[in-house]
Design a protein. Sequence first.
Length: 345
Amino acid sequence: MSTAKIQIKNLYKIFSDRPQEALRLLKEGHSKDEVFAKTGLVTGVNNVSFDVNAGEIFVLMGLSGSGKSTLIRLINRLVEPSAGSILVDGEDLAKLPHAELVKWRRRRIAMVFQSFALMPHRTVLENAAFGLEVAGSQKGWREDKTMHVLEQVGLKAYAKKYPRQLSGGMQQRVGLARALAVDPDILLMDEAFSALDPLKRTEMQDLMLELQRGQQRTIFFVSHDLEEALRIGSRIAIMEGGTLVQEGTPHEIITNPANDYVRKFFKGVDTSRYLTAADLVDSGYDKAQLNGGPRMPWTTTLPEAMRHVLGQDQPVGVVDDANQLLGCITAKSLLVKIAEGARHA
Ligand SMILES: Nc1ncnc2c1ncn2[C@@H]1O[C@H](COP(=O)(O)OP(=O)(O)OP(=O)(O)O)[C@@H](O)[C@H]1O
Ligand SMILES: [Mg+2]
């Protein structure tokens, strides 16, 4: 069973010292634009609730200005909420005294930014060790620990170099190493790979997935790229104008987009890779006719299902985990589903 690491409940952020009137309007159902027109105040986050499970990579998506960075900063309290709560391991951060909050931030949570934010006059090692240095750890211990993390991200040989001697992709690895060195439970990543070219970007995604297999941190990852979200996310949430429009697994988002705003992110993305036989099944087919015929499990991926169906000149039954027949897939039903999918592309 999954347990919630971060619980966000009815969270609001209005950029003002006096948010009450704007809050009232939002709670009455007015949109971010209407609230701005009436009060002149900008809404960053509007009544957002969701859980992030321990050990998962949760991806937050949305267009520019939809509130992603505001939300990620609310989680480590770089931004103060106007209303609502954020619980981490069941504890309300808003109730922590300031000194405790600072300690908590240093030990349990780390953030990786889009701009690498490295210090130019410090070596790779000194940059990566910065979080530990701030936390007051002893130099020898700190450097050993950081070297170990630099090795994990493939930068051991560059420890004595300066940021300007490194490519963008390598600089972002330093940013990641700096976050990992403090050994946080929670890693917040705001468009961390967006400045990298597509190849370097997938390389970083692979590195992160590989590290995650051994470490099981809770990762909250902001991205505006659906391809990236599908690749790394166990769940995806999509924001529009400060509100959450959908939350679900990659499969749920692909097969059941909440609205056209969500569908727009599909453009140019091969969403069919995320379909399985269960999505392709023709349930109207007379099941009696499938008796004794070939079968495939509902989890079969689209390419496998195609191979299976095209290799037979009869319908292939699709069965659930209990081996019950859900329906079948024929060459014709496959074509219909693929044509439907192609309309999104
Ligand atoms: N410090 C601030 N003061 C006032 N308004 C702000 C502040 N920070 C963000 N906003 C506003 O809050 C809204 C959400 O901004 P935010 O930076 O969270 O969006 P985003 O989804 O991260 O966008 P991007 O993809 O461009 O990074 C925007 O309308 C923005 O103008
Ligand atoms: Mg942002």
